[in-house]
Design a protein around this ligand. Structure first.
Ligand SMILES: Nc1ncnc2c1ncn2[C@@H]1O[C@H](COP(=O)(O)OP(=O)(O)O)[C@@H](O)[C@H]1O
Ligand SMILES: N[C@@H](CCOP(=O)(O)O)C(=O)O
Length: 309
């Protein structure tokens, strides 16, 4: 049996709505993402297990991982041997941690390896984006490409190969806090203004392009000082209980940036030191999480989706 792990990701990364995303890894070595196991079997079989399996639709045909399997067999590799595929659903759904992308990316990576199809990077990313788009209300790559390739990715249809990796400060610590309630991505997209004013579009383009250029120059603290989301965060704040308190309190504990991970409700705090990250985590655990929530201190996951050995 072969197992493939796909990591959680922070869509938007505050400054790059639908265009920037980061794969993350808890510094204590825990796996924060989905795992897909695959092996040859007498006939095609699918099962879904794991902590959050019960939060997914009960019918296999409604599970994205199963949909990826049937699509792969009918459109990519019809003569692939029959197989057993198991999704271990380790990420909560509607969390803002790229949960649907995790299942899709892990499944296609597993199928591509199992069938030996060797699809190109763009073919893989497009296939993955098709399925992410089915549930999230729009086609966006900012969970798919970091989850698949790792690191911080500038990512869009207009970007060569769909993704360009950006350098990051190795001293960044990122606290993610999932509060324990779900927020559907499509719902959190529906509250966004359908159009941006000209001045806001220009400011968005300036901020994102300067952020990326500064990272390339390794001028990390200047890049961080540009991290602000005026596109999605103002509209989404009202959907997330506890957002305003966190936004006010965490900078006092040393966070350089406090923002929504993806469409929320997970919040993330970017911190310049481990000590600041620990203080922010402790505040979030006491003030933001309910009994179903969790938090992790992370750094970027540079490996992305990989086979577990
Ligand atoms: N394997 C899967 N992983 C995650 N979501 C899935 C999966 N299969 C089906 N879904 C459905 O897709 C939707 C994903 O919701 P969404 O808010 O986009 O999640 P997330 O933001 O965590 O990716 C939910 O309605 C969920 O039931
Ligand atoms: N750019 C998207 C990111 C959604 O991420 P998710 O983890 O909430 O699915 C958006 O902001 O809608």
């Amino acid at each position: 049996m072969r197992k493939f792990y796909a990591p959680a990701s922070i869509g938007n990364f505050c400054v790059g709505f639908d265009s920037l995303g980061a794969a993350i890894a808890p510094i204590d070595g825990q796996l924060l993402g989905d795992v897909v196991s695959i092996e040859e079997a007498p006939r095609d079989q699918f099962s879904c297990v794991g902590k959050y399996a019960h939060k997914l639709p009960q019918e296999a045909q409604d599970n994205l991982a199963f949909q990826c399997l049937t699509h792969f067999r009918s459109h990519v590799k019809a003569d692939m041997p029959s197989l057993s595929l198991t999704l271990e659903k380790r990420l909560p759904v509607g969390s803002g941690l790229g949960s649907s992308a995790c299942s899709v990316v892990a499944t296609f990576a597993a199928l591509n390896a199992f069938a030996g199809t060797q699809l190109s990077q763009i073919q893989m990313i497009e296939l993955m984006a098709d399925f992410e788009a089915k549930v999230s209300g729009a086609r966006h790559y900012d969970n798919i490409t970091p989850c698949y390739l790792g690191g911080l990715q500038l990512t869009a249809e207009l970007v060569p190969d769909r993704a360009l990796a950006l350098p990051v400060d190795p001293n960044w610590y990122i606290v993610v806090a999932y509060p324990g309630f779900a927020l559907n991505t499509a719902k959190a997209r529906a509250v966004l203004a359908p159009e941006l004013k000209l001045g806001d579009s220009v400011a968005f383009a300036q901020r994102l392009s300067a952020f990326c250029a500064l990272l390339q120059l390794h001028r990390f603290s200047e890049a961080v000082s540009l991290m602000q989301d005026s596109v999605a965060e103002p509209s989404r704040a009202q959907l997330i209980d506890g957002y305003s308190d966190a936004k006010l309190s965490l900078p006092e504990l040393g966070a350089s940036v406090v923002s929504i991970s993806g469409a929320g409700p997970t919040l993330f705090a970017l911190c310049p030191t481990l000590n600041a990250a620990q203080q922010c985590q402790s505040w979030l655990e006491s003030n933001y999480l309910n009994e179903h929530g969790f938090s992790h201190i992370c750094q970027l996951d540079s490996a992305g989706t990989r086979e577990l050995v």
